[in-house]
Design a protein around this ligand. Sequence first.
Ligand SMILES: [Cu+2]
Length: 316
Amino acid sequence: MYDISPENASNFVAGVDLAFVIILGVSVFFLVAITGVMIYFIRKYRRDKHPKAIQNEGSLKLELIWTIIPLLLVLVMFYFGWMGWKPMKTPPEDAMKVTAIARMWNFKFEYENGKLTDSLYVPVNQPVVLDLKALDVLHSLYIPAFRVKEDMVPGNIKQMWFIPGQVGSYDLFCTEYCGLDHSYMYTGVRVMAEEEFAEWMKDTTATAPAVDESMTPAQQGFEILKSNGCNACHSSDGSKLVGPSYRGIWGETQEVTTAGEKREITVDEEYIRRSIYDPNADIVDGFNKGLMLSYEGLVTEEEIDLIIEYIKSLDE
Ligand SMILES: [Cu+2]
């Protein structure tokens, strides 16, 4: 029953759908039956036929029936729910490992060879285990087509696993409200044929975001900001979002708080670099501490140089 069948997107589809259909079937049956009996009683016991109310003393037989039948029904629901859920908790030993990293407001996927991507790439018919890591607040990773969903809790690495059954593209998104731009926290799963996946995995040059050489450094910088989700908190037009705008900061003096002391600093290369790798070292006046997390290991030094070119270009 829980084996992968060729038409299913993952090995959990059959079990989850069976439990779902059983619960839905029982619910629809009772919706129709109870509504029907209600309407029938309204007619049967209407006032002109029964002008005088009577007191019923109860019936043991009825009490037993309406206790035992629902009990059996919920036990059946529990059984199928449990059978669909239990295999999700025991990932196979030989599964391929991927770390899923969530932060406000994007996902990153890190492979064992160091490859880092914005969407999840997996081979078909092979077990995959995701280590779920949340960097800031609660998130939840949901792949509806695979029937898998698991909370991502800061400081507590949970796991999720599945065997994709069909080559194709599926939705993947955050399903735990995690702040202003929660709704932008979606990406996809690409399930690839085995050889295609092996090719893709070998190509570690694709780790860096595909920067197009025909773009100016400033444009490349903007692409990097986009692909890291920086623009959810920073604008390019001077408007204040969760964080300060990139516009008009280059070379200016900024009021910041460093280790509790207010001071003035000039926005230069070193300051931008520190703002990205150690964002809580200097907190810009009027903004909150702890919202931006370090991008160390996620944004490279070279990428920061391109980001700096972009920030400079906004001042020309
Ligand atoms: Cu989220």
